[in-house]
Structures are given as C-alpha cells and as structure tokens.
Design a protein. Structure first.
Length: 366
C-alpha cells in the first residue's frame, strides 16, 4: 500500500484500512516515540491519536532543533548579539527561547542588531550589503538544515565575503537516538524515525543503532497516511517480536541519502560532543566548523565565554524530550509556562512538544 501520489496522501478509505489493520494487530501496550517535531505536529493536526487503539501511547522525542539548543548556547548567542559591529541573523523560532538572563528578543529590544532571515543565503546577502559589519548566522538545526548552512559558507568563501560568519550549533540525530536507546530508563518500544533527516543522511545512518540495540525503527513521512503506514509497521514488528529498520517513506528516502548534502557537511563541519538541552552531553552529536574554515567561525573570532547557569527550576523538558513524561505531567505546564511566557524551550518553537500539546491537546472534560 505505497503512497505515491498527492491525492492519495489523505485518502480516507486507505486511512480507515490502515487504522483497522493497526487495531487488529495491536495486542500489547506499547510506547512509540516520534523523534521529529514535525511528526508531533502532524499527528496532532490530523487527529491521529484519537483513532489509534488504547494499547498505543505516542510520546515525542528530541526532534525540535530549537528545543534542544542548550541554554548555554542561547547565552552565547546573546553575548554575540551584544558584540560591537555585529548583525546577528537567525531563524525566527530562536528569538523567544529563554537563556539564563535574556532571550535574543530581549537583547534586540535592548538595542542589539538581531535580524530574522529565512535562509542562510539571506544572511550572506546581508553581509554583502553591510561590509562594515560582521554578519553572524546562527546555525541551529539537524541534518536537514546543516547542508544549506554549509553551502552558504562555501559560497561566502568562493565569493571572498569575509564578513559572513557562522556560529555552528547543529546537532546530529542518530547519536541522540542512540543515546536514548542506550538509556537505562528508556520506556520506548519503537521509534518513528524522522523522514527529513533520513532524506539527507539515508537510512544507513540509523542501521548500526538498530543492529546494536535491537529496537524496532520505521522511517516515516509527514502526511497522515505516511504516519499510519509507519505506525502499522512498527506495531507489526513489535507483535512479531522483530526489531528491524524499515523505510515507510520510500518515495523520498533511500538507504544512501543525499550524497551532495553529505559532502557539503563533511567539507565544512566536524563532529563534536554536544550538549542537548535536557539531555546533557551526547558524544559526536554536534557539528562545529572545521579548522580549514576557521576564519568564518564566529566561535573562533569572538570571545563568547559565558558562565554555567542551571536550567529553570521545575522545568521537565529533559524528561519530556526523553519520552519519560508528557507535557501535562510538568507542574509548570499551562500555569507558569505558556507559549506567551515560555519557561522551557519545549514551549517555544511551534514544533516543541509542550507547544503542540498546548495548542491541540484538550484535557478530558474541557
Ligand atoms: S528539522 Fe526536519 S527532522 Fe527536525 S524537527 Fe523539523 S522536520 Fe523534523
Ligand atoms: S511545560 Fe514548560 S517547563 Fe514544563 S516541560 Fe514543557 S517547556 Fe518545560
């Protein structure tokens, strides 16, 4: 039942068949994690939760790049915005994420030059138009965004634009999924893997994890039928006692991924241990700019030492990102923490789990 054409993505009859298939197959209670924030949003938007059997609990993982950017990095971004002659260029989602003392939005209100751009190439244009300033683009995102940042940096080099810099805070998804799989308190029976990440990295990036940890994994697309197909395969695997890596997003994802994007990333970045908000330091899960491009690396060009400050008291983001708690289990949810006044990062980005719950989840009887 492969989904190939646009009109088929939301076909009600196919959806009904898949839902019936899941109901018939699902016997044991399972917790399935959607790693990607866009999956979380798509599941809420399409109302899939209510159509699944009670045996299936869906939990969200560390799949929103904004949510997992460490507080320390936000503090460094703010420090950067305060540097003289700097224009800080960023995607809008990052503006409201609280640092320990200020968000970028607050820094902008205080007079820092922080601009919202829609792509790293917009930031490069900004640099060309402002030769007297240093334009720093904040590289935040997973394998989906890192190649476009790499391409902008290579283009700056080729064009001799020396006032365009990047602060690379990119994260790699497979090491984070590996860390979750290895966690002794893991309460996840299967992973719905992010289609967009696999489009770049290929299913090959996740194969060693599945081989090592023997946990069922299925790559899923983002339309309702994509999600149902992936969930049906996860349930089938679990019920059959299997633990395989399957691709239920064949129209976009291959085993090898996108070699051009991978080459650009390999040329510009180097793997480093990285801190994930709520999850701590995960080995080789971050991308920093390689020594060969040091001149365009904002971290190498500015002194961005910031003190270590503990994360907000009472925030359960770490447990939410690990699938151990639902947002509704956090004492601050809907009280101290709302999208207008976020305490933790999961409430900030539209793809954040707590923000998605706030928008779509209605408590029973409400
Ligand atoms: S960047 Fe891609 S993989 Fe990551 S949360 Fe967004 S859609 Fe999902
Ligand atoms: S409700 Fe707010 S404080 Fe609680 S886990 Fe979510 S983002 Fe963190």
């Amino acid at each position: 039942m492969a989904v190939k054409h646009v009109e088929e993505y939301r076909d009600r009859d196919i959806a009904r068949r898949l839902i019936a298939q899941i109901h018939a197959a699902s016997r044991q209670p399972v917790r399935l994690m959607e790693v990607c924030g866009t999956h979380t949003m798509s599941i809420f938007r399409s109302g899939l939760r209510a159509l699944l059997p009670e045996t299936i609990t869906l939990v969200s993982g560390p799949g929103c790049p904004v949510c997992v950017t460490a507080q320390r990095e936000i503090d460094q971004f703010v420090a950067l915005a305060r540097c003289e002659d700097v224009i800080l260029a960023t995607f809008g989602d990052l503006l409201r994420v609280p640092g320990s003392g200020s968000s970028l939005q607050q820094a902008r209100a205080a007079g820092c030059d922080v601009r919202v751009v829609y792509s790293p190439l917009d930031a490069l244009d900004l640099a060309v138009r402002n030769p007297a300033k240093k334009v720093v683009f904040l590289g935040v995102g997973f394998e989906t965004t890192a190649p476009t940042v790499a391409a902008a940096l290579l283009s700056a080099r080729a064009r001799g634009v020396s006032n365009f810099l990047v602060f690379a805070a990119h994260k790699r998804t497979p090491p984070a999924v590996a860390a979750l799989m290895a966690a002794p308190d893991l309460r996840v029976d299967g992973f719905l893997l992010p289609g967009h990440v696999c489009l770049v990295a290929g299913t090959q990036a996740f194969q060693p994890l599945v081989d090592r940890h023997r946990i069922p994994c299925v790559v899923g697309g983002f339309e309702p039928l994509d999600l149902l197909r992936a969930l049906a395969r996860l349930v089938a695997q679990i019920e059959a006692g299997e633990a395989l890596l399957e691709n239920a997003y064949e129209r976009a994802v291959t085993a090898a991924g996108n070699p051009k994007a991978q080459a650009a990333m390999a040329e510009v970045f180097t793997d480093v241990d990285a801190e994930w908000r709520g999850l701590g330091v995960i080995p080789e899960s971050g991308l920093k700019i390689a020594a060969a491009h040091r001149g365009l690396d904002a971290e190498a060009c500015f002194d961005l030492a910031v003190p270590d400050v503990p994360e907000p008291h009472g925030c359960a983001c770490g447990q939410v990102l690990k699938g151990l708690k639902l947002p509704t289990d956090c004492a601050l949810y809907r009280k101290a923490c709302t999208p207008l006044h976020p305490v933790g990062p999961c409430m900030v980005s539209s793809e954040g789990t707590c923000a998605a719950y706030y928008r779509y989840h209605r408590p029973e009887g409400a």
